[in-house]
Every structure is written in structure tokens, then in C-alpha cells.
Design a protein around this ligand. Sequence first.
Ligand SMILES: NC(=O)c1ccc[n+]([C@@H]2O[C@H](COP(=O)([O-])OP(=O)(O)OC[C@H]3O[C@@H](n4cnc5c(N)ncnc54)[C@H](OP(=O)(O)O)[C@@H]3O)[C@@H](O)[C@H]2O)c1
Length: 240
Amino acid sequence: MTATTLAGKVAVITGATSGIGLAVARELHSHGMRLVLNARSQDRLTQVQKELSAATAAGDVGDPALPKRLLETALETYGRCDVVLNNAGLMESGPIASIDIDKVCAMARVNVEGAYRVAYTFIKHFHAQGSGHLVNISSVLGTKVRPTAGAYAGTKYALEALSEALRLELAGTPIAVTCIEPGLVLTELHRDFPVHPMHSMNVQHPLQPEDIARCVTFALTQPVHVRIPRLMVLPGEHQI
Ligand SMILES: NC(=O)c1ccc[n+]([C@@H]2O[C@H](COP(=O)([O-])OP(=O)(O)OC[C@H]3O[C@@H](n4cnc5c(N)ncnc54)[C@H](OP(=O)(O)O)[C@@H]3O)[C@@H](O)[C@H]2O)c1
């Protein structure tokens, strides 16, 4: 069976101006894909837009109107959409009894509500088109919990449930769903942490965003009869 080719296909990526989303955008661009990129900061989007000749749609994934706008941008610019990457996310950390509950709810709005709304909109389009691939960027913390990470892990468990339910509901259709579960990746996600997880978790060599981008390409390029529902990727030193 031949591998699926990416050249000429269209991908929508949320949170595409930094870290994992940016690395995936660069990787898919290098394979000839055409891109619609999203993030909140228009300035950073404009920089990436120039580098990757991409279309953009600035906005907050927590905005219920955003998914439709992302899909419309893809259809108006390229006439189709083959892949959507639910990547935008943030991490609030702390014990459940003392974490800032309003920040937790804001995180849930982006990590859970935003991702579910994107899936809700794009799966309908994939059904109508007769093809499509949804990639959810979960976390190893979507599969296990540790103290101070319960709130974040809860949002990623929700993404795992979404992915697994969709896998079952879409079995026998041409639509694929992949959930990627990275361990510690060196990005801007932890920039406000008082102690970087590299130090608190004693990981000297964290993953690089490009490591995750290669995994996304691996999932997207399988022959049509193959599904990669879950892919956990960890730094070699990770004791989690
Ligand atoms: N880094 C890790 O160790 C790690 C491990 C496992 C899973 N993950 C997951 O990987 C995903 C990407 O994280 P990252 O580490 O690459 O983080 P990052 O470097 O902070 O990048 C986050 C990206 O998302 C955008 N973004 C943030 N909030 C947004 C919102 N409400 N609406 C739209 N865009 C938004 C940011 O741009 P703007 O600020 O301009 O919007 C930026 O482009 C997240 O879902 C995270 O949970 C990360």
C-alpha cells in the first residue's frame, strides 16, 4: 500500500506561531502542504505568514465563532481542507485546593471547549468532502496525573475522550483521528513557571518541537487503511 502524500493538501493549524504548532507548520510546508495558520497575536502571525506563504485567521480558540472562520478561510483560499490540527493550548499548574480557579476555567475554555468546537465544525466538513484527518495535541498528562498537574491533565483527558469517541464513531469512514501525547517539549508553554519543569523534573534533554512535527507527518502519511489513534512521545529521561 502506498503512503499518503501531503503535497498540495491543505492544513489548518491552531496556535501556529510558537512551539509545536510552528514546527508542524514548517514541517508540513516543507512537504508541500498549503496552510491556514491561527493564533491570537496578529504580529507573530504576519511573520509566520511571510515565511510560509500561508493564509491566516487571527483569533482566540475560546471564541465559539472561530472554527467556522478557520474553515471558511481554508475553503475561500484553497477550495478544500484536508487536515486540522487542534494545537492551541495553555497550562495552569498548582494544587487543586489553591490553584487560581478562574485561570483553570479559562484554560478549559481553550484546551477543551475550543478543541471540541474545532472538531465539531471540521468533522462535518470532512464527512461532506469524503476525507479528512483531525490531529489533537494532547499530552502524556492526558494519560496519567501527577500532583499540581491535575487541572491541566483534566483538560487533556477530555481531549483523549474526544479522540477515542471519534475514532469509534468514524470507524469505517475515510476520516482519521490522531491524538499525539508529548512529554516535556521545549517551548514557550512554561514561560511563566517559577521553576521550569526541566529542573523540577530533572530532564536535561527535553523534546524539541520538531520531534512532534515528525510524529504528525508520520500519522498523516500512512496508507489509507492505517490509523494511528494515539502516539506518545517522551524524552528519554522522563520518569513520569
Ligand atoms: N510544551 C510541552 O511540554 C507540551 C507537552 C505536551 C503537550 N503540549 C501541548 O502542545 C500544544 C502547544 O503548546 P506549545 O508547548 O507549543 O506552547 P507555546 O509555545 O506556548 O505555543 C502556543 C501557541 O498557541 C497560541 N495560543 C495560545 N492561546 C491561544 C488561544 N486562546 N487561541 C489561539 N491561539 C492560542 C500561541 O500564540 P498567541 O499567544 O499569539 O495566541 C502560540 O502560537 C498545547 O496544546 C500544549 O498543551 C505541550
